[in-house]
Unconditional design. Structure first.
Length: 94
């Protein structure tokens, strides 16, 4: 039995993320591979993770706000891949 192929695909939250997902889906379908989306988050220099930021009337830490934004964007990318019948996981690193 051949080993299962697994593609680790780094994605930005803006810009070419959709194009990257479609290219990964094409490769995954042709090679019967599963895809894990990777997004690495970091705060802008000088902004501590504990800094409180108000967003939509709710106060949260800068790291929580960044994580929430990354989840929302990568949810959409996961949906794209799954709609193309590609087994998909997501990995967010902070």
């Amino acid at each position: 039995m051949p080993p299962t192929l697994h593609l680790l695909v780094a994605v930005p939250l803006k810009g070419a993320a959709d194009d990257i997902c479609y290219a990964a889906a094409d490769l995954a379908r042709r090679s019967d591979a599963r895809v894990t989306l990777l997004h690495v988050m970091r705060l802008p220099p000088g902004v501590p993770a504990s800094a409180t930021i108000e967003s939509k009337g709710e106060a949260m830490s800068a790291s929580d706000l960044l994580r929430q934004d990354a989840l929302r964007h990568t949810d959409r990318l996961v949906e794209i891949l799954q709609s193309l019948d590609v087994q998909t996981d997501r990995l967010l690193e902070f």
